[in-house]
Design a protein. Structure first.
Length: 341
């Protein structure tokens, strides 16, 4: 029986149907084109003549020696043995990725594992499609260099992707425990049309995704998968986290047509974290929550209301006080740096 996390991951994949289909279609089309390179090379003289006749049409009748012309064209487009072997390798790679189906778009962070490294590994696996396509083209044109290009088919990380490749970036659903939700490292992947959904199990930091908010990135932290449908209409990079009750819920929508970005905070927890969660200290978690409140205040002109008193006006020790003046805030910051508890 599927677990609750598996069920949420499947629903997240459904919400990413558009990006999945776009990448899959590009993958299939590229595989067919690469396989076509090999079929053209392997064709018999009769097949070449027939193909050339069809390509030239009625214009060639009585004017061009089809067999001679086809032979010249075939020599011009022929592949050397080594290059043909590389194109074959690229074709097999593309076909194996197609066979992965939805598994290509899923990843899981092992307990106490690194979220950033897991995402990089999963995207590099899907990115082998780009490496294979480039390898085939280089081999076709006689520019393939094994010492430089061999590794592209085995590992092609996002850092190597071109702008066009980023525009059809493979979406990714990542299952991760809340204690391992260290999101800062995901910022490097927020480019092009990249979509990442984090399905978080267990207790999580209250505002982990706030670290990824930048003017052009769609960021959403929600409870349940219903709101993930909003990702379908996002043209640029987007990251969402499905979290359990108790964490903050917010949506950051990039500006369009010159408008400023919009940040909507739907829920804040009753109080700041008091205990570490995995490698995340209570201070780090509280800072993320304060950052979310500060950003919301900049956008709306007033701080968002927490679910209860105690969020946003607490010191590191947890005491609640009145709203602080700038000098008081600076003094509180200095005191926090000296707090060795």
């Amino acid at each position: 029986m599927p677990s609750e996390t598996d069920d949420l991951a499947l629903k997240a994949l459904e919400a990413l149907a558009g990006p999945r289909e776009a990448f899959h279609s590009a993958l299939v089309a590229t595989a067919e084109e690469v396989r076509g390179m090999l079929e053209a090379r392997a064709g018999s003289d009769v097949e070449r003549t027939t193909r050339t006749t069809a390509e030239l049409g009625d214009f060639a009748a009585g004017r061009i020696d089809i067999e001679r012309f086809g032979a010249l064209a075939e020599r011009r487009e022929s592949l050397e043995e080594d290059d043909a072997a590389q194109v074959e390798r690229a074709a097999r790679t593309l076909e194996s990725l197609i066979e992965r189906e939805d598994d290509l778009f899923r990843a899981r962070v092992e307990p106490d594992g690194d979220l950033r490294d897991t995402v990089e590994s999963a995207l590099s696996e899907a990115g082998r499609a780009f490496g294979a396509a480039r390898s085939a083209e280089l081999a076709r044109s006689g520019r393939y260099r094994a010492e430089e290009h061999d590794a592209w088919i085995d590992h092609f990380p996002p850092g190597r992707w071109s702008r066009r490749e980023r525009a059809v970036a493979p979406p990714l659903v990542v299952e991760v425990q809340g204690r391992d939700l260290k999101t800062g490292g995901l910022a490097e992947f927020m480019d092009g049309a990249q979509k990442i959904v984090l399905v978080v199990s267990g207790e999580a930091p209250p505002a982990a995704l706030v670290r990824l908010i930048t003017p052009s990135v769609f960021v959403m932290q929600v409870e349940g998968t219903e709101a993930l449908g909003r990702l379908e209409g996002v043209p640029g990079p987007a990251v969402a986290a499905v979290v359990a009750a108790g964490a903050s819920r917010f949506v950051h929508v990039p500006g369009a047509n010159g408008r400023a970005p919009r940040l909507t905070v739907e829920y804040l927890p009753e109080e700041e974290p008091k205990q570490a969660l995995g490698a995340l200290s209570a201070f780090q978690q509280a800072e993320e929550l304060r950052q979310l409140m500060a950003m919301a205040q900049v956008v709306t002109g007033s701080p968002p209301a927490p679910a209860a008193e105690g969020v946003g006006d607490a010191t590191a020790g947890g005491e609640v006080g009145p709203p602080s003046a700038p000098a008081d805030m600076l003094a509180a910051w200095i005191l926090r740096q000296a707090d060795l508890r």
